[in-house]
Design a protein around this ligand. Structure first.
Ligand SMILES: [Zn+2]
Length: 253
């Protein structure tokens, strides 16, 4: 039956399974391409400014959406960014838990409209706050492709040297692949927290032994480690805050 032929009765309807090759090319647009080129070649963020309302947009855009005129002025951002908003996610796209939660932040710049959503790396997650001053950590110039992934992450100002962080990022990628090292890290964290394990101690010591030998954990064992790690983290945080409160009480009294 030809594809455009009309059918008179539902029982005449047929279907077949096949595939249609379709190929898409998306372009970043004129200003989008300029932004990417500046990031790739000079490692800087390109913004555009409207001559009418004086608004600066990041990433650079071709038109001012308020004045409906072309933005002719281009400038690069030379100041630190700040965390406008953020969230932490403890599972990756496949539902697996990486050994440390990923923080995703909207980074904005003083006096600039727009911003960049990216990974935020901070050694101490509890130090992440709205308004935290951050700077981008970029890939080495020879590795940059003009994609947003040329930015490895944002880091709080004054945080450790870049090279070390790149190594850490690479190492944690490798860890995620094998999954074994991350369980070692979680077990260490549980031990260090001092969290009272209780009746699961026996199972946990068996898991410790397996991880020590490099054996693969069962799904139930993996889940138990994650559960205990979450509990230990919460417990440690509660302990710490009650210790802080006691100190304050002592001082005021
Ligand atoms: Zn304008």
């Amino acid at each position: 039956m030809p594809i455009l032929e009309k059918i008179g009765q539902q029982s005449q309807a047929r279907h077949w399974t096949d595939s249609i090759p379709l190929e898409y090319h998306y372009t970043a647009g004129v200003a989008g391409e300029e932004f990417r080129r500046e990031l790739k070649e000079n490692g800087r963020f390109l913004a555009s400014k409207c001559t009418e309302c004086k608004t600066t947009y990041l990433p650079a855009r071709m038109f001012c959406p308020t004045c409906f005129i072309e933005t002719k002025e281009r400038l690069t951002i030379n100041k630190p960014g700040y965390v406008y908003s953020y969230t932490a996610t403890s599972k990756d796209r496949s539902g697996k838990r990486p050994h440390w939660p990923t923080i995703v932040a909207i980074v904005r710049f003083e006096g600039v409209t727009g911003g960049i959503i990216h990974r935020l790396e901070c050694d101490d997650r509890e130090k992440v706050t709205i308004g935290l001053k951050v700077k981008p950590l970029l890939r080495d110039a020879s590795e940059r492709t003009g994609a947003l992934t040329d930015i490895l992450s944002f880091r709080p100002i004054g945080a450790g040297p870049a090279a070390h962080l790149i190594e850490t990022a690479k190492a944690s990628e490798k860890e995620a692949e094998s999954g074994k090292t991350s369980f070692r890290v979680l077990l260490e964290m549980i031990d260090e927290s001092g969290y009272p394990i209780g009746e699961e101690e026996l199972t946990l010591s068996r898991i410790r032994d397996k991880v020590g030998r490099g054996a693969t954990l069962t799904r139930e064992e993996e889940d138990l480690v994650h559960k205990l790690a979450d509990e230990a983290r919460e417990w440690h945080r509660a302990e710490k805050s009650s210790a802080d409160t006691e100190r304050e009480d002592t001082m005021s009294g």
